[in-house]
Design a protein around this ligand. Structure first.
Ligand code: DX5
Ligand code: ZN
Length: 221
């Protein structure tokens, strides 16, 4: 499978976001990962749909909106209208509301013609989202606890990545997108890919690099 790199703009300079987005596109990024935090599901507040709307005309790359928010259903309309290409929501935020909220949210995302995905935190078994795999265009395995860039990769999640790929194969979706988010580096990328991930989010690794193009190429390789 083709390996795709999704730099997270959380690590960009927010006062210069347009330039950052254009630069990572030139450097070989495949998607732009947009970390949306609400100050409640996670402590920090980052940005909302307006950021997606403003960067949409600046790049041809798909915008991957990772919603770390409570009550994600209330936000879908705004992110879809703003031009997100894929919207992912957390199992944990949905589960707090009801057992059916995750599925309802994924269906709502799809109703806008936008791709959808479910995200699990490091301490949540990936089996918990198996029931929604058939609905998902992508599943996201968090390899750090959400909230901050620059944290250390939690290697225990590799087993979940393996299980996710095996399950995708079992349900006849061998090419399903499996994204790993958090603490990805040039050093650990290989084991993450071997476990079965095909999309790697990289915030600090790309934005702190001297040569972002070389880092993206190394992460892919
Ligand atoms: C964590 C975010 C990640 C993070 C990635 O809450 O969802 O996307 O910004 O940043 P690095 O690659 O620095 O861990
Ligand atoms: Zn993220």
């Amino acid at each position: 499978m083709q390996i795709k790199i999704a730099p997270s703009i959380l690590s960009a300079d927010f006062s210069n976001m347009g330039e950052a987005v254009k630069k990572i596109e030139k450097c070989g990024a495949n998607l732009i990962h947009c970390d949306v935090m609400d100050g409640s599901f996670v402590e920090p507040i980052t940005f909302g749909a307006q950021m997606i709307k403003n960067i949409r005309p600046l790049t041809n790359l798909p915008l991957d909106a990772h919603l770390m928010v409570e009550h994600p259903k209330t936000q879908i309309k705004f992110f879809a209208d703003a031009g997100a290409d894929i919207i992912t929501v957390h199992y944990e935020a949905c589960k707090k509301i009801s057992d059916t909220y995750l599925e309802e949210t994924l269906r709502l995302i799809k109703s806008y013609g936008v791709k959808c995905g479910a995200v699990v935190n490091p301490d949540v078994p990936v089996e918990n989202i198996f029931p929604v795999f058939p609905l998902c265009d992508m599943v996201v395995i968090m390899s750090v606890y959400p909230g901050y860039a620059g944290q250390k990769f939690i290697p225990e999640v590799l087993d979940k990545v393996k299980k996710a790929r095996e399950y995708a194969v079992r349900i006849g979706r061998p090419e399903m997108d499996i994204e790993v988010d958090g603490g990805v580096t040039e050093e650990n990328a290989k084991t993450i890919k071997q476990a079965g991930a095909n999309i790697l989010v990289a915030g600090s690794a790309v934005f702190k690099a001297q040569d972002a193009a070389a880092t993206i190429a190394n992460l892919k390789r």
